[in-house]
Design a protein around this ligand. Structure first.
Ligand SMILES: [Zn+2]
Length: 303
């Protein structure tokens, strides 16, 4: 017995902490922020792929045949939840024929567990638009709520590989501490603009606005997932003029034409903001993405 233990110790010294043939936990995330969190918490023990690259619509990542084989081999699928990925994920999961990651299985990691959604529709008849049926799913744009996703990912990794619990917990705690520290800076950078109103193309920003003391006036879209009508645009322009709303946000997946027209007619500043890492250049991580968002908003409002 003692000899065996000695042999294991020698092997560990010779080949590093990982057993020689240890397989990594294969994780597929829907979006790039979730991939960043999973890599950060999972470290050397995970192999992570994101279906989105960062520039897509969170509700409509274009499906590729390669996604099916990726999901077929995955140990975990990590998603936003609140049916954010309804247009593509259920079909991909079915096609993957992977029993480990189906809804209700331990490999199905819904990061919204523990998040209370805002703007939950009063009815399920889709009169409030088609893409936010269980309330607004864009909670990851609030760094405090994003911490819940990090916790959920860590719990799923621990459940999959309990032997690495200490490493996962250490990585998680270090990341949460970093996020808390970054949050102090983000809060102070946006503090001078408390109460400032803004509009955006899609309803991505209620959690972000609430966290940073901004006021989210509404969207260029008529309803979530429903294109703007000329009448809606007209009344939005009138409201923006009357209330002196200084900022129009365009997310990368939407064309610039209508947001630019609205900004021009109202005198507001138009900014393009990513909704996940990779949405604009140099935003490869969640922290870089939030840095970009906060600096861009503060820069536009300083004018
Ligand atoms: Zn949405």
């Amino acid at each position: 017995m003692k000899l065996k233990l000695l042999l294991v110790m020698l092997l560990t010294v010779a080949f590093g902490a990982l057993p020689v043939h240890a397989a990594k936990i294969r994780v597929v995330t829907t979006l790039t922020d979730l991939a960043d969190f999973t890599r950060t918490v999972g470290g050397d023990f995970v192999e992570v792929r994101s279906l989105a690259t960062g520039i897509e619509d969170t509700h409509g990542v274009p499906m590729k045949p390669s996604f099916v084989s990726l999901l077929n081999r995955a140990d975990l699928v990590v998603l936003v939840g609140f049916d954010c990925e309804h247009a593509f994920l259920p079909a991909l999961l079915e096609a993957s024929k992977n029993p480990r990651i189906q809804l209700g299985k331990p490999g199905y990691v819904d990061c919204s567990k523990g998040v209370t959604p805002v703007d939950v529709p009063k009815s399920t008849d889709h009169s409030e638009g088609d893409v936010h049926p269980y309330g607004n799913p864009h909670y990851l744009l609030d760094p405090v709520l994003a911490k819940i996703a990090v916790q959920n990912i860590c719990a799923a990794l621990v459940a999959t590989a309990p032997e690495h619990e200490a490493e996962f917990v250490k990585n998680r705690d270090a990341y949460l501490t970093t996020l808390d520290a970054k949050m102090v800076g983000w809060q102070s950078e946006l503090a001078p603009f408390k109460g400032t109103k803004f509009v955006s193309y899609h309803e991505h920003w209620p959690y972000f606005a609430a966290r940073f003391g901004l006021v989210y006036h509404g969207t260029i879209e008529f309803k979530p997932g429903v294109d703007p009508t000329p009448r809606h645009i007209e009344s939005l322009i009138a409201e923006m003029k009357a209330e002196h709303i200084p900022l129009v946000v365009r997310e990368p997946q939407f064309p610039e034409k209508v947001p630019a027209l609205i900004a021009k007619q109202t005198g507001a500043t138009l900014v393009k903001l990513p909704i996940m890492p990779g949405g604009v250049p140099d935003t490869d991580t969640y922290i870089a993405e939030m840095d970009y968002i906060v600096h861009t908003v503060a820069g536009a409002l300083k004018k």
